[in-house]
Write a protein that binds this ligand. Structure first.
Ligand SMILES: O=C(CO)COP(=O)(O)O
Length: 262
């Protein structure tokens, strides 16, 4: 049984002070957060991570980062490594978000190397994939997602001999045209791509791994529509941008998923 995951991606929003204020206000919803059977997670900017962990942990909300470098240390000015995130008690890291691919030229191979490092350091990678509107209209969604995931699955296949836990992988399907646009994917379309992603995992890593890997949907998810995605058989949660920024809205996302997991 895969545990559902409600993950907030704050992107480049919230100073440390604002992040602390969020977690203080979130305590109003502590009972709800403590009594769910699914996981909830905030992926905050690096500068807010240190100040967030303790209060979020008291509400069983986990902490994650939005990126990391593939090396554990080195002369990489401005970068942050997996051991640094681990020490701040991060359990997850988002990798290959479309904004990083688009604005910071992250390649499929680089994302795969980062994912391997994260797994090696016992951080759960949330690897993001998804097509542009142009690609969707050209009927290329499956081939784009296959291309993006290929190096990750290939690396996992060869690494599983080294006993990395392939099943710790989380894959987020985020169609780029749905991000921040208010134009979310139809749940049945998102489910179709999630099923395709699972079939790719089956082909590379086998059906056991495929039945354990979690696949999230992201793109204009709100409390009003989250259930329509998370109730799909191949969708195990959501990666949420804008609607995760306010405590009441984040709590409402968690509450909505609780209606189908309790
Ligand atoms: O990019 C996203 C999450 O990673 C989605 O953002 P929105 O929920 O704001 O559309």
């Amino acid at each position: 049984m895969r545990t559902k995951l409600v993950a907030g991606n704050w992107k480049m929003y919230k100073t440390l002070r604002e992040a602390r204020s969020f977690s203080e206000q979130l305590t109003e919803f502590a009972d709800l957060l403590l009594n769910t059977r699914h996981e909830s997670l905030i992926c905050a900017p690096f500068t807010a991570l240190f100040g967030l962990h303790d209060q979020l942990a008291q509400m069983h909300v986990k902490l994650g980062a939005q990126n990391m470098h593939e090396m554990a240390e080195g002369a990489f000015t401005g970068e942050v490594s997996a051991p640094m995130l681990k020490e701040l008690q991060c359990e997850y890291v988002i990798l290959g978000h479309s904004e990083r691919r688009q604005y910071f030229a992250e390649s499929d191979d680089a994302v795969a190397r980062k994912a391997m490092t994260a797994l090696d350091q016992m951080l759960t990678p949330i690897v993001c994939v998804g097509e542009t509107l142009e690609e969707r209209e050209a009927g290329a969604t499956r081939s784009v997602v296959s291309r993006q995931l290929g190096p990750v699955l290939q690396a996992l296949k060869s690494q599983s001999a080294k006993e990395l836990d392939a099943t710790a992988l989380v894959i987020a399907y985020e169609p780029i045209w749905a991000i921040g646009s208010g134009r979310s994917s139809e749940a049945k379309d998102a489910e179709e791509v999630a099923a395709w992603i699972r079939s790719l995992v089956t082909a590379s890593l086998g059906s056991d791994a495929a039945s354990q890997v979690r696949v999230l949907y992201g793109g204009s998810v709100k409390p009003e529509n989250i259930v329509s995605y998370v109730e799909q058989p191949n969708i195990d949660g959501a990666l949420v941008g804008g609607a995760s920024l306010q405590p009441a809205s984040f709590a409402a996302l968690v509450q909505q998923v609780a209606t189908i997991t309790s």
